[in-house]
Write a protein that binds this ligand. Structure first.
Ligand code: HEM
Ligand code: NAG
Ligand code: NAG
Ligand code: NAG
Ligand code: NAG
Length: 504
C-alpha cells in the first residue's frame, strides 16, 4: 500500500510541477509563519504523514505556537498551545464545522453529500446524533450493550464440560471480535429467527469491515476507493447487508438507526443503497475508535498490578452495592447509568489509556477572512483556510503530564480518589487537558456511550474471567502511526493473553 501512495504522490507532484507558480502562497502581514514545503500541491504532506507529532514539534521549535503548513493543496493553521484552545473555540461564528466532515464521509463511504446545503437531504444529522446517542436514548443503548456483551462473552448454555480450560488468543483480535459483535447487535438489532446464522453473518461483516477499515486512511487522504479492489468489494457487501429490507427483519434496533430508516425526509434523493451507506458511516464511527480504545484499556489494566487491584476492588464494591450476582446461567449483570458514572478508577484507567493512544486532528474551515485573537497575539486567517488542533501534543507534554509516556493508572484521580480535573501549563489551570473525543461543536456525539461500553467490557472481563498475559513482562506494542489524525491508534502488532472462565 505504501508503494501505491508513493506512485500516486509522484503523479500528483509531476502534474503540479507543470504550473508551479499558482501553487505558492506568500505570507502577508499579520499571518502566521508559513511553511510551503518543498513539493508543489502536496506541500509538507509527506513529512507530516511520516510522523505528525515530530513534524509539529519541530515547527513549534522553529516558529512558536502558531504556524501555517501547506498540506495537499490546503493551508492549515496549527494552534499548538493548549492554553489557546478555548480562545480558538470562541471564534465559532467564523468556522464551518461540517464542511470537511461531510466531504470526507461522502468520499470514504460512497454516498452523495449529506450537507443540507447541497439539497440532497433535509436531515440535520447533528440533531439526529444528539437525540439518539445522548439523554434518554443513552439509557436503552447502554442497557442493550450490556446484554449483548454478555451474549457474546458468556459461555453458550449446556457447554459446562470445557468451560474451565485456559484459552490463548491475541488480545486485539479478542477485543475486536467481542466489541464488534456486541456493538453491531446494539446498533442494528438482533435477528431472533436465525440465532445461529446471526453470528456467521456478523463475523462475515467483521471481516469486510476490517478490509475496508484498512484503507480508510488512504480514503480520508483523498485517494479513490477504486484503487483498492478488495476494500471496495468489502464496502459494497457491508452496505448491502445494511439495506432497509435486511434491517427490517431485526429486533431491538437502536433509535440511532431506526429513526434514520424511517426518516420522513421531504427532499431525500437517496435510494436504499445510498441510505445503507450512511448507516455504514455510523457503523464505522461507532467501532473504529472504540475497538482500539477497548484494547488499550484492557492491556494497560492487565499490565499494571496496581491498576488491576484498584479496578477489581472498585468493580467488586459496585456490584455488591448494586445487588448484582455474577453467574453464567442466571440473569445477566445489569448496572444503570448512575452506577456506571460512579467508577473513578475505571474512568482514570480509560482516560490514561486514551491519552497515550489518541492522535486525532480537530479541523474547522474558515467561512470568511477573519482575525484570530489568541493570548499570544492576533493572526489574519483567509477564507477556506483550515484551523487545526492536534491534541496529542498536549497529551504528551511533560509539563502537563510529567513522565508523559508512562501509564499511571491514577493520573486522573485526586487525593480523595475522586476524578481529578486540575492540570496546569505554564502555571495556569487548563480548561482543555484531555481531548480524544475532539472539541467544540464537532465533539464526538457518542463519547458518553463509548465510555460506558468500555467500562462495561472491563467490568465483565473482571467478573467472568481469570486473565493473564502470556509473557507477563511483555512490552507494550507500538502505535500504528499510519492512522495518525483519525483518532485512537491501534497497536502495530497483537499481544497474546490467556483467559478462562472463573469457578463461580
Ligand atoms: C473511544 C471511542 C471513541 C472516540 C475516541 C471517538 C472520537 C471521535 C472524534 C475525535 C470525532 C471527531 C470529532 C471532531 O471532528 O472534532 C468523532 C466523531 C463522531 N463519533 Fe466518535 N469516538 C468514539 C466512539 C464513538 C461511538 C461509540 C459512537 C456512536 C455510537 C461515535 C459516534 C460518532 C459520530 C456519529 C461522529 C461524527 C460526528 C459528526 O461529524 O457530526 N463515536 N468521534
Ligand atoms: C447532491 O450532492 C452532490 C454531491 O455529492 C451534488 O453534486 C448534487 O448537486 C447534490 N444535489 C442533488 C439534488 O442531487
Ligand atoms: C414517518 O411517517 C410514518 C408514517 O406516516 C410514521 O409512522 C413515522 O413515525 C414517521 N417517522 C418520523 C421519524 O417522524
Ligand atoms: C467481593 O469481595 C468479597 C471479599 O473479598 C467477596 O467475598 C465477594 O464475593 C466479592 N464480590 C464480588 C461480586 O466479586
Ligand atoms: C450540534 O448540536 C449541539 C446541541 O444542540 C450544538 O451545541 C452544536 O453546536 C451543534 N453542532 C453543529 C456543528 O451544528
Amino acid at each position: 500500500m505504501i508503494t501505491i501512495f508513493l506512485v500516486w504522490g509522484i503523479v500528483v507532484a509531476v502534474c503540479c510541477y507543470l504550473w508551479p507558480i499558482f501553487g505558492i502562497r506568500k505570507r502577508k502581514m499579520g499571518e502566521p509563519p508559513l511553511e510551503n514545503g518543498l513539493i508543489p500541491y502536496l506541500g509538507c504532506a509527506l513529512q507530516f504523514g511520516a510522523n505528525p507529532l515530530e513534524f509539529l514539534r519541530e515547527n513549534q521549535r522553529k516558529h512558536g505556537h502558531v504556524f501555517t503548513c501547506k498540506l495537499v493543496g490546503k493551508y492549515v493553521h496549527f494552534i499548538t498551545n493548549p492554553l489557546s484552545y478555548h480562545k480558538v473555540l470562541c471564534h465559532g461564528k467564523y468556522f464551518d464545522w461540517k464542511k470537511f466532515h461531510f466531504a470526507t464521509s461522502a468520499k470514504a463511504f460512497g454516498h452523495r453529500s449529506i450537507d443540507p446545503n447541497d439539497g440532497n437531504t433535509t436531515e440535520n444529522i447533528n440533531d439526529t446524533f444528539i437525540k439518539t446517542l445522548q439523554g434518554n436514548a443513552l439509557n436503552s443503548l447502554t442497557e442493550s450493550m450490556m446484554e449483548n456483551l454478555q451474549l457474546t462473552m458468556r459461555p453458550p448454555v449446556f457447554s459446562n464440560s470445557k468451560i474451565s480450560a485456559w484459552v490463548t488468543e491475541g488480545m486485539y483480535s479478542f477485543c475486536y471480535r467481542v466489541m464488534f459483535e456486541a456493538g453491531y447487535l446494539t446498533l442494528f438489532g438482533r435477528d431472533l429467527t436465525r440465532q445461529d446464522a446471526q453470528r456467521t453473518h456478523i463475523l462475515n461483516n467483521l471481516d469486510n469491515f476490517k478490509q475496508f477499515d484498512k484503507v480508510f486512511p488512504a480514503l480520508a487522504a483523498g485517494l479513490p476507493i477504486h484503487l483498492f479492489k478488495t476494500a471496495h468489494n468489502a464496502r459494497e457487501k457491508l452496505a448491502e447487508s445494511l439495506r432497509h429490507e435486511n434491517l427490517q427483519k431485526r429486533n431491538h434496533i437502536s433509535e440511532l438507526v431506526s429513526l434514520r430508516m424511517f426518516l420522513n425526509d421531504t427532499v431525500s434523493t437517496f435510494d436504499d443503497l445510498e441510505k445503507a451507506k450512511t448507516h455504514l458511516a455510523i457503523l464505522w464511527a461507532s467501532q473504529a475508535n472504540t475497538i482500539p480504545a477497548t484494547f488499550w484499556s484492557l492491556l494497560q489494566m492487565i499490565r499494571n498490578p496496581d491498576a488491576m487491584k484498584a479496578a477489581t476492588e472498585e468493580v467488586n464494591k459496585t456490584l455488591e452495592s448494586a445487588g448484582q450476582k455474577i453467574s453464567f446461567e442466571g440473569s445477566p449483570i445489569c448496572l444503570n447509568q448512575m452506577q456506571l458514572n460512579n467508577l473513578p478508577v475505571l474512568d482514570s484507567i480509560i482516560k490514561e489509556s486514551l491519552r497515550l493512544s489518541s492522535a486525532s486532528l480537530n479541523i474547522r474551515t474558515a467561512k470568511e477572512d477573519f482575525t484570530l485573537h489568541l493570548e499570544g497575539g492576533s493572526y489574519s486567517i483567509r477564507k477556506d483556510d483550515i484551523i487545526a488542533l492536534y491534541p496529542q501534543l498536549m497529551h504528551l507534554d511533560p509539563e502537563i503530564y510529567p513522565d508523559p509516556l508512562t501509564f499511571k493508572y491514577d493520573r486522573y484521580l485526586d487525593e480523595n480518589g475522586k476524578t481529578k480535573t486540575t492540570f496546569y501549563s505554564n502555571g495556569l489551570k487548563l480548561k482543555y487537558y484531555y481531548m480524544p473525543f475532539g472539541s467544540g461543536a464537532t465533539i464526538c456525539p457518542g463519547r458518553l456511550f463509548a465510555v460506558h461500553e468500555i467500562k462495561q467490557f472491563l467490568i465483565l472481563m473482571l467478573s467472568y474471567f481469570e486473565l493473564e498475559l502470556v509473557e507477563s513482562h511483555a512490552k507494550c506494542p507500538p502505535l500504528d502511526q499510519s492512522r495518525a489524525g483519525l483518532g485512537i491508534l491501534p497497536p502495530l502488532n497483537d499481544i497474546e493473553f490467556k483467559y478462562k472462565f472463573k469457578h463461580l
